[in-house]
Design a binder for this molecule. Sequence first.
Ligand code: HEM
Length: 306
Amino acid sequence: MDIGKRSFQEEEMATNVAKNKLDELNQMFGPVASKSLGDYFPFLRWLTFYGAEKKLREKHIKREAFLQSLIDEHRKTNSSTSVTSGEIGHTLIDAMLKLQESEPNFYTDNVIKGMILAILRAGPHATVTTTELVVLRLTLHPEVFKTARDEIDSHVGHSRLIDDADLAKLPYLYYIINETLRLRSVSVLPPRESSTECTIGGYHIPAGTQLLVNSGAVHMDPQLWKDPDMFKPERFQQNEEEKVACKFLSFGSGRRQCPGAGLAMRLIALLLGTLIQCFEWEKADGGSVKIIFRPREALTKVLAEL
Ligand code: HEM
């Protein structure tokens, strides 16, 4: 969807080839693990220059070359395809290259690289981690699993697989995802800066102050959430909880709120719904959190036809 390319082929999955390619991508697009004292004590900023900043610069150069090669590749393919068939590709890069033709000063290669980078960095990790957390929560809460399965069975049934159009009729899946994210945010909110002097919670904040919002603390505040440490997806019924500004912060808030929230929720709900519909889940023996998925008898016919 973003770049129209698989990182590795299906037959390479679970092999070292896939692992190495994923490691390489993680290194390029994952966060820089090192922290620097200079971030906390400004007089030590010079340390940052040789530590974290050096690593960031190296990473940036690698990423820059990778993203430019993708753009060049798409530009080349589009120019040859449009000559022969009049069609261009349908990835985000293609769409932005098309816009570049009409607004070259705005949609420069740098802007396109910035957008792809924002999406590659911000999206996949949070989506995958949330899915894993939801699966774990459901194995720990069979009663919630049962409610989700009953909802799917009554709206979708056993004769076909759940699809995108069914999601509107399956709100409980969304409550489960929200509640999982409330208990364990997967993204840290980026810092804000006060544009003017203000007072927050009785504290005087001068203009230009960097502010960090602790979404985890907001999500566990007993004044905002009843029984905050309990896993209760029902609390999100009718979206009442989400409507209260700055109470549910897993996707941030305001102008910089996550633009991928809708897509992420649909992706996770669809994957989760399919796993609930098609498989019996069973926690593996022992202390590990390994889960065994057994094809569900009612769905064996549908699964066999895949
Ligand atoms: C469960 C999955 C996800 C979670 C929990 C999540 C969470 C967040 C959070 C907390 C922010 C910061 C918001 C703020 O500062 O107020 C953010 C920003 C962002 N997210 Fe997501 N995100 C998810 C999935 C995605 C996906 C799938 C995409 C893209 C396809 C995406 C694209 C972005 C982008 C581009 C930003 C930066 C927005 C800006 O700075 O203006 N996210 N996300």
